[in-house]
Design a protein around this ligand. Structure first.
Ligand code: HAS
Length: 558
């Protein structure tokens, strides 16, 4: 479909800015593995401190890239399926706010004034402009929801009995989850963190953490849902088959609406300020939020099996060998399948985290980054970079630069992540901590904290990190190489759309938002009122102090 120049330009900027920053983000990922393997035994490298680099890595890759991409992809899907464009002025205002927010936060991080990690909750304290930047990025990303909702209502009036396109449903659900969960972090930033960072007030650490995690776990589904939209809507077609069940996709999306938010306390199982019953309830709801992913796993596997059988496969598993893994013209398939393979392990490790007693073993160990690199750096990252190349190349009418390299990038990345995460998880199981400059202590033979049993685990993570870095840089070359090519075709917004194998007839409840929104609100109130009461009562002021260079509390080292 032909779209306006303004929309094209907007989408190019929304992809181009975070992908340029990604060079810094990926570089700091590599440097992390070098510190942790003990090859760097210093507080900083090239004048960037360990925690400063880790903050840049997390904020750029997990917050800036994902938010800009979700907005850009939302514009593309809403325009394509509703056949109308978002309002020009609103979209550019949203872009300007997000970009200003990113510049402010980037300045604070690069100046070394906000080494507060991507979770930015206290007691780590950042410069007020970092928090203001985060708030602007969030507020900017709210604006499109308002506009898309109006586009959807207008479309619905003309198409009362037509099922809402799956991609539209997914985009709206995703941004509703985003709007609800960011209310808590906006409150945390504006009411608790900003006055505290300006020296005007004290802060309740437990409350700030609880508000952050109200946002923080829903955030991971905000990252995931654009990828799920691609898997349901595009993957079966790319594989040469059909989506096994359209209704399964709708059920999964609405379940995310119900359960994405009221699970945040599973990040606080070890917080003493929150009572057991609240933790149990959030733990149970965490199992519930895994259900839509199980539905997705079976639906996609059935869709891929159908594609393989259509291409002549035999036997139970023959379909796996008949898929277009290395087809340059359908390179998105390679990005999606690599992400899905990683997500099998990312999902299973998530279930381990959710299990209260097992969580005691893995919490705050290297296991955790092992888990989340197979989720956010798995299906999410691969879908983002594959779709960014795809959107740019089709909308600009430019051929992809180095197409053979482009199709192997996701496999190389997948191998890198598998090795990297294995190293981290193995290390985590034998006590290796996360977020620690181990080159200074545990991996430094001169330190009395030296732990040689973590040499193989950190070396494995280093090897995986190097492979990921190479794949990441190959993507940067392909993306910007495509940008500087000459246009060879008419630039169109054209998304691959799968037919459904079971195209179930419209069921009203799966085409209406109101009942689900009410249910969502009720579950959130039940899950979070007691948690907030607990956090208000127990402010965590008696927790021991740590210094950045030492993983042992100050009281024990004096
Ligand atoms: Fe998680 C911590 C539990 C999913 C990200 N998670 C994190 C953190 C991040 C993160 C970033 O309960 C760290 C936060 C921090 O900095 O402290 N997580 C879960 C559970 C799920 C889950 C139960 N996480 C995600 C996703 C993420 C993500 C998705 C990012 C996008 N996570 C936790 C818990 C913690 C946690 C605790 C806190 C731990 C602690 O102590 O701090 C579930 O949603 C997972 C369900 C997924 C599945 C997998 C389905 C598989 C599919 C692939 C099918 C493959 C096919 C291909 C079809 C059940 C869909 C077949 C074809 C072939 C050819 C083979």
């Amino acid at each position: 479909m032909q779209v306006s120049k303004s929309l094209k330009r907007l989408i190019y900027w929304e992809l181009g800015i975070p992908i340029s920053l990604l060079v810094i983000g990926i570089y700091h990922g590599l440097i992390q593995t070098v510190y942790r393997a003990g090859l760097l035994q210093d507080v900083s490298f090239l004048k960037i401190n360990y925690y400063q680099g880790l903050t840049l890595h997390g904020v750029i890759n997990a917050v800036v890239l994902t938010t800009f991409f979700a907005v850009a992809f939302g514009h593309a899907t809403m325009t394509y399926f509703l056949k109308r464009e978002p309002k020009k002025n609103l979209s550019w205002i949203s872009f300007a706010l997000m970009t200003t927010g990113t510049v402010l936060a980037a300045w604070a991080m690069l100046a070394g004034k906000a080494s507060v990690l991507y979770t930015f909750y206290p007691p780590l304290k950042g410069h007020p402009l970092f928090y203001l930047g985060a708030a602007l990025l969030i507020v900017g990303s709210w604006i499109p929801l308002y506009d898309w909702a109006k586009m959807y209502i207008a479309w619905k009036k003309e198409n009362r009995d037509t099922k809402t396109p799956l991609a539209v449903l997914g985009t709206l659900i995703n941004f509703i989850i985003w709007f609800v969960c960011t209310l808590a972090v906006a409150y945390e930033v504006l009411v608790l963190l900003l006055p505290w960072s300006m020296g005007l007030a004290d802060v309740n650490v437990t409350l700030a953490r609880t508000l952050f995690w109200f946002f923080g776990h829903a955030l991971v589904y905000f990252w995931l849902l654009p990828a799920y939209i691609m898997f349901y809507v595009m993957l079966p077609k790319l594989a040469g088959g059909k989506l096994y069940s359209d209704l399964a996709g709708r059920v999964a999306l609405f379940l995310f609406l119900l359960f994405s938010v009221p699970v945040g306390v599973h990040h606080q199982f070890s917080d003493p300020g929150i009572r057991q019953g609240v933790k149990f309830f959030h733990g149970m709801l965490t199992y519930a939020v895994a259900i839509p992913s199980f539905i997705t796993a079976f639906t996609l596997a059935a869709s891929l099996e159908y594609a393989g059988r259509t291409r002549g496969s035999k036997g139970w598993f023959g379909w796996m060998f008949k898929l277009p893994y290395l087809d340059k013209s359908r390179y998105l398939f390679a990005y999606f399948i690599s992400g899905l393979i990683l997500f099998i392990f990312g999902g299973l490790t998530g279930i381990v985290n959710a299990s209260y007693s097992l969580n005691n073993v893995v919490h705050n160990t290297a296991w955790l980054p092992g888990h989340f690199h197979m989720t956010v750096a798995g299906p999410v990252f691969l879908a983002i970079i594959g779709m960014s190349t795809y959107l740019y190349s089709t909308m600009s009418g430019k051929k992809v630069f180095l197409p053979k390299i482009n199709v192997i990038i996701p496999y190389l990345w997948m191998i890198g992540v598998l090795i990297f995460s294995t190293g981290l998880m193995w290390g985590g199981l034998i006590g290796e901590p996360r977020r620690t400059n181990m080159g200074l202590t545990y991996l430094n033979p001169k330190s009395n904290l030296y732990h040689p049993e973590w040499i193989p685990t950190t070396t494995l993570a280093l090897l995986g990190g190097i492979i990921m870095f190479i794949a990441g840089m190959m993507f940067i070359v392909v993306f910007f190489g495509t940008m500087i090519r000459k246009k060879t075709a008419e630039g169109l917004l054209d998304l691959p759309v799968s037919e459904a194998y079971h195209d179930e007839k419209r069921i009203a409840i799966f085409d209406r938002f109101k009942p689900w929104l009410v249910a969502m609100a009720v579950i959130i109130v039940i899950a979070y009122v007691p948690a907030i009461i607990d956090a208000n009562t127990n402010n965590g002021s008696s927790a021991p102090r740590f210094a950045p260079e030492n993983p042992i509390p100050e009281t024990l080292t004096k």
